[in-house]
Design a protein around this ligand. Sequence first.
Ligand SMILES: CC(C)(CO)[C@@H](O)C(=O)NCCC(=O)O
Ligand code: NA
Length: 609
Amino acid sequence: MDPAGHKYFTVTDYVIFALLLVASTAIGLYYAFKGRQRTAEEFLYADRSMKCLPLALSLMASFQSAVAIIGTPAEVYANGTQYWFIGCSYILGLLIPAHIFIPVFYRLQLKSVYQYLELRFCKAVRICGTAAFIFQMVIYMGVSIYTPALALNAVTGFHLWGAVLAIGLVCTLNTALGGLKAVVWTNVFQTVVMFTGQLVIIILGVHEAGGLSEAWAKVRDGGRISGIDLNPDPTVRHTFWTLGVGGVFLMLSLYGVNQAQVQRYLSSRSEREAKMSCYMVFPCLQVSLMLSCVMGLVMYAYYGDNSPLEQQYVTSKDQMVLFFVMDTLQNFPGIPGLFVACLFSTSLGTVSSAFNSLATVTMVDLIEPHYSMTEARATLLSKMLAVSYGIICLAMAYVIHLMKSSVLQAALSIFGMVGGPLLGLFCLGIFFPCANSIGAVTGLASGLVMSFWVGIGGFLSGMASSVQVLPLNSTNTVPDVFENITAAPAIVDAARPKGLNGLYSLSYMWYSALNSFIVVLVGLIISFLTGPTKGDDVSSGTVYPVMTTARSLLHKLVKPGACCLDPPEHLIESHEMTGNVEEDTDTEEDTEVFLQSNPESHMEQDTNV
Ligand SMILES: CC(C)(CO)[C@@H](O)C(=O)NCCC(=O)O
Ligand code: NA
């Protein structure tokens, strides 16, 4: 360690790190030459030929970046394992996309998820949705590129913008040259690196902390193992309700209606395969959550309350994990390099997946409907788009550099603030046949206004209150302007936020639920005032038949197996119309329910798109 507290990489570390970047680029190049990417369909949808295991890993990689690897342990170190309860939200957060969103989107054979909005409402709604998505992803990219670079810079003195540029360059190359197939396969590789890196660090870390039983005793005595917190107060940052229920809406906005994910569902060989991949995300996400939470515990077992932040080795809690690795595992050559590779790897995957989806929506939703062009032209343009977004996101990283906040909360807040209203918009279309276009646009606008009002209000009032109060009793809270004061319950009771401040101190985990609810509510009210859409006027296949499905499910519970033994005639017919019979030999039961409820709709499908 030098006087500035920097710890340095050895040659082995550099070699391992460099290998990661080279391997990621090589996979991109391989698919670039193998697939040739002659058509935009191939570039953006991998010719709709993907299998479910690589897709599942890739689905996970989209929204799992260095932010989670660095932010989660820091959260657990500071506030205990309460955050782990977000794992409960994965159940509904993945079941609902698999059984509601995937069937609707897959059968419409969409080119982008925003095309749904035009089919269901009108072109204006589609453009608003696309714009909101681009905005969300560009900010999120800034966070996920910047996070690993900053940590690396703070701890090893590695050049900050050098690291940012390296990520940007590798991802841009990958996306521009390789297309979706390359992105998916690099994602698979990166996920493996991520799991390996975390696992190795945990094992060695436990060893350094004095063995398993010693480590366990320390975290238990330090109060880091949290029991379930059932406090219904929505302003408490992390409780079972904010995480387990609020988290469902967060998950839906990511895994249900986000283009990056829907594009992966659509690229699979069959609807069944798409659903399976969504199911398979569940264990992968749980393992990943477990590893990052355990990492936080290991860090606590090693440092106790005497954190590197307090000893001023690092300046923010998001730098702690990497510092921990460099501090304890420097004598294991290559291990710091492996961990840095793991950090960069996860962010690389996220960024390539985002670039690819951004290029897709810009092409499909903003350019194609207005200008017609040849296939070759279109492919070239999608590649140029990937490059342009690369540059914009680098600029965004600089903006994030200027803001100082906890990266995990920043990323999840962005998902809730922009992803929440988008989720609301899709729910309005899918579940409420009466909603009309005016309602949809006004609803989306209200949701966005609400979200920025509460989000920015919360940010500012959090900043104000962190100046006044917080007599830190050294241990379990680390000051952080982006976090609500509710992190320290004792203080909150004394100064309970009132009026608007009550709204501002809403836990960021509720943002997605609140904002999507506002969109649906306002959307319905305006639709009724301006003349609700009549049932027959809704494009077929764009509404999920909630009541029919519920009734059929109920019926099946009473008479189990009835419909499986004796499928009605029209069911088989309509099945053929969807065009993927060869894959769907044993479709699950609820699919049949859905088909049964509106068999005609699928016949018109092809002419519709
Ligand atoms: C999306 C969740 C919440 C799913 O666990 C998780 O991946 C996460 O916390 N992501 C943070 C953002 C990121 O890692 O880039
Ligand atoms: Na990732």
